[in-house]
Design a binder for this molecule. Sequence first.
Ligand SMILES: NC(=O)c1ccc[n+]([C@@H]2O[C@H](COP(=O)([O-])OP(=O)(O)OC[C@H]3O[C@@H](n4cnc5c(N)ncnc54)[C@H](OP(=O)(O)O)[C@@H]3O)[C@@H](O)[C@H]2O)c1
Length: 275
Amino acid sequence: MDFKGKYAVITGGSSGIGRETAIAFAKRGANVILVARNEKKLNEVKDLCLQKGAAGAFAFVCDVGDYPQVKLACGKIAKRCGRVDVLVNNAGFGAYRPFENQEVYELEQMMKTNFFGTVYFTKELLRLMQSGSHIVNVSSMAGKLAFPNYSGYGASKFALSGFTGSIYYELKERGIGVHLVCPTGTKTRFFDNESFRHMPKSATYGKMMEASSVARLIIDAIEKNRREVVPTLRGRMGIILNALFPQFFGFIVSRNYQRRKKEGRNGQENKIRAV
Ligand SMILES: NC(=O)c1ccc[n+]([C@@H]2O[C@H](COP(=O)([O-])OP(=O)(O)OC[C@H]3O[C@@H](n4cnc5c(N)ncnc54)[C@H](OP(=O)(O)O)[C@@H]3O)[C@@H](O)[C@H]2O)c1
């Protein structure tokens, strides 16, 4: 797909995967529209996108989990751009805690940001999307498989996977592509959340990805018209194993969880740091 002059909206464009995705679209000559809460960081990425070759770059401060704010931001996007060719619903955050220690407020925030943020933006921007447009929803392996300590995060990403699967069929009729990208652990500020401090490193389930690699997967999903992207063989095997032998998969995850709890008790702090 030739992205030159196209309008790409990226939520969570101020950091990590969203930032790298914005740069990837900029390098391809697109107009990038960045959405997040931190104005300073948004403007830094906006300037960077212009340097990298974006046809235009715009930044909108908005909490994606707040519908009135989303309506306002999308109204401004409509006025400024007139159309949207790509929507990457990427804004999100996670917390790594046992359900018993999880505040209901935090569970609600994850649902609002990770799930409703996508719902709100899709609802408000669909009217600006024509046949040939694309929506990419950034989920997670935690949205395909349940893991301990991810009850809130996993639930929000499972909801996102279900929502994406459903609109895939509906929007196909309008010629709008819908894609789900499920990254594994990626080196971003995601892990700055204090709840990850004592997460054993092994709990990221494999080698950490670079944010720029996830950005490439997002572009690839559009160009190769991929409905779902699960980047690692390990992830794909896990999904198949869980579907065919849920008891056995549960046994493995449970055994690893017990081991990791011991790791945690031995005081090994998580070494994952933001890039
Ligand atoms: N890193 C991983 O290991 C990993 C793995 C699988 C999936 N993911 C998913 O990838 C996506 C991007 O995360 P990341 O890893 O790039 O983390 P990140 O570096 O922390 O970036 C998260 C982005 O989301 C924005 N955001 C968070 N809450 C928001 C809100 N309420 N309203 C608007 N923007 C909000 C943040 O900007 P502001 O703070 O400025 O608002 C930031 O731009 C998330 O959906 C995450 O669940 C990450």
